[in-house]
Design a protein around this ligand. Structure first.
Ligand code: DX5
Ligand code: ZN
Length: 228
């Protein structure tokens, strides 16, 4: 059985002066989801965008909007992102003491719910919420900026998570990887069992986005692990 392999361009690396056009272009060229990086200047040392941007993109994006909240107290803003049309929402385990409650808040609105983990955060924090999440976002760089270098130690983290999910009857939970993803690192992560590949600079830098999406897709499909 093969699990999905999806590509989610991160608009953090897009040209913000023509965001709508940039989103339309990557979706026409094969993006499966559109990844929206939300930063508050507190959880991470950078500030980006909020629910209004999601609200504007929603009617024209023609692909699910995947909102990655790198903000403190995510539960305060989640209702706004749901209202704005988010298809999936992830928040950081390090940003709230209420992981279970926050997952419920997202899921009760029929929106896909995910927990994001920084590179140094162990997988154990997920142990008692495995039934309550749709996906896990494994950060493969430290959150805050696009264009950083992939951290190799995260490959074994994803492999361990995939095995743990499969062995505990949670094989349907998807693993998203985010940061420094390109055809090479994407292939390593696909082999380790990741399903959703966020790529910012690898897709938006330069011009031929179709070729870049295609390059990542062929690399991840070639190396995907087929599981029983
Ligand atoms: C980093 C963000 C990422 C980032 C990825 O905090 O969560 O989504 O945009 O950018 P690249 O692919 O350039 O590392
Ligand atoms: Zn992200």
């Amino acid at each position: 059985m093969s699990q999905p392999r999806l590509i989610a361009p991160s608009i953090l690396s897009a040209d913000f002066t023509q965001l709508g056009q940039e989103v339309r272009e990557v979706v026409n060229q094969g993006a499966d989801w559109v990844h929206v990086d939300v930063m508050d200047g507190q959880f991470v040392p950078n500030i980006t965008m909020g629910p209004l941007v999601v609200q504007w993109l929603h009617p024209m994006a023609r692909a699910p909007l995947d909102c990655h909240l790198m903000i403190v107290s995510p539960e305060t803003y989640i209702p706004d992102f749901i209202q704005a049309g988010a298809a999936s929402i992830s928040f950081h385990a390090e940003a709230t003491p209420h992981i279970h409650r926050t997952l419920q808040l997202i899921r009760q609105a029929k929106v896909r719910a995910g927990v994001a983990l920084n590179p140094s955060t162990p997988l154990d924090v997920l142990e008692y919420v495995l039934d309550d999440l749709d996906f896990v976002l494994i950060m493969t760089v430290n959150p805050g900026f696009g264009g950083q270098t992939f951290i190799p130690a995260t490959v074994s983290k994803v492999r361990k998570l995939r095995q743990w999910l499969d062995q505990t009857g949670h094989g349907d939970v998807l693993i998203e990887v985010d940061g420094g993803i390109n055809p090479e690192t994407g292939a390593l992560m696909s082999e380790a069992g990741a399903n959703i590949f966020v790529a910012g600079s690898a897709i938006f830098s330069g011009s031929d986005r179709a070729a870049k999406i295609h390059g990542i897709r062929s690399a991840i499909l070639e190396r995907q692990t087929l599981r029983p």
